[in-house]
Design a protein around this ligand. Structure first.
Ligand SMILES: [Zn+2]
Length: 322
């Protein structure tokens, strides 16, 4: 339905009314601030399949975690994005893809492993009208805690009793290598422990994938190495439309579209991650691909435009079903 101005005013009860005349209107009720978490679950179509963006919560990324950052540029980019300078707030998203014959969850949030601003994914799944036992497949972009720890309950049990867990072979090998764990700084050791606990809980239904090929149904894997050795995205196609869920190509939207050479300290190989980011931004801008990102402003779905050597995220206009 297209609303005309007259219809809008009439439906809002405003045509010729007091507000338009500028009269003061007394407040009729006072509502206390809710101070309760809102739930993130937004559903849309891609071709004939359904994709539901789900919000686990958010992390704040301080500038000390940004490799290559120049403070003056960071302040300018924050201001250009109408944001305060200082830490960048990054949501943690996941995407539920209903292929019709299969329900696939791409990434799983944090469970209780990363503090009170996160861990809301189970509530978001419930808000989407889905119960964990309906999910057939867990497709993991990489085995970092904000993507894989949520396959477990806080007690460490498998949250999804019927789901196959799919990870990339390169990530599985990296996080299970004792030499890598021993060399890692102390603050990174929990990453290894979390990845191993998650994989162990699904050991009897775990599958490893590699290369650019079909992972499950019509969803195919796209290697995006650097952030982790096996970091990958997934492209789902349906009826001539496509969505590229690109995982962690971008962590800080207000910085890295403009400065794709800036990386995050969690990268296993930040140089390779930056190369992958530039190549991916180039590809999706040239191909006008619809993308979804785990740390883009929720629901994190849109396009990438090219501006000279820089890029710009263009969130999709409201395509969500009510
Ligand atoms: Zn992440």
């Amino acid at each position: 339905m297209t609303l005309s101005r007259r219809h809008f005013l009439a439906s809002a009860g405003l045509a010729g009314g007091a507000l338009l005349a500028g009269a003061s209107v007394p407040a009729l009720a006072r509502a206390p601030l809710a101070h309760a978490p809102t739930l993130g679950a937004l559903r849309r179509k891609v071709g004939s399949i359904e994709v539901t963006a789900l919000l686990d919560g958010y992390i704040d990324i301080g500038s000390e975690l940004v490799i290559g950052l120049a403070e003056a540029d960071a302040e300018r980019l924050a201001e250009a994005s109408f944001q305060k300078p200082g830490p960048r707030r990054a949501p943690v998203n996941a995407y539920l893809i209903n292929l019709g014959d299969r329900l696939v969850l791409v990434d799983a949030g944090t469970s209780d492993s990363m503090g009170p601003s996160l861990g809301r994914l189970p509530a978001a799944i419930e808000a989407a009208g889905v119960s964990p036992d309906q999910i057939d497949t867990l497709l993991i972009t990489h085995m970092h805690p904000d993507h894989i720890n949520g396959v477990l309950t806080p007690a460490g049990q498998a949250l999804f009793p019927n789901a196959e867990l799919i990870v990339t072979a390169a990530d599985y090998a990296f996080w299970h290598d004792d030499a890598n764990m021993n060399q890692a700084p102390d603050e990174a050791k929990p990453f290894f422990i979390g990845a191993r606990r998650a994989a162990a809980a699904y050991a009897d239904r775990l599958r490893q994938v590699d290369g650019e090929r079909e992972a499950v149904g019509s969803i195919r894997t796209v290697p995006l190495p650097g952030h982790t050795p096996g970091h990958a995205g997934f492209i789902v196609e349906s009826d001539g439309e496509a969505l590229f869920v690109w995982g962690d190509v971008v962590h800080m939207a207000s910085y890295q579209f403009a400065r794709p050479d800036w990386s995050i300290a969690f990268d296993v190989d930040s140089k390779l991650a930056a190369e992958t980011r530039k190549r991916t931004l180039d590809r999706v801008a040239a191909d006008r691909m619809l993308i979804a990102g785990m740390h883009l402003p929720f629901p994190g779905i849109g396009h990438v435009a090219r501006d000279g050597d820089a890029y710009r995220f263009v969130p999709d206009e409201w395509p969500y079903s009510l």
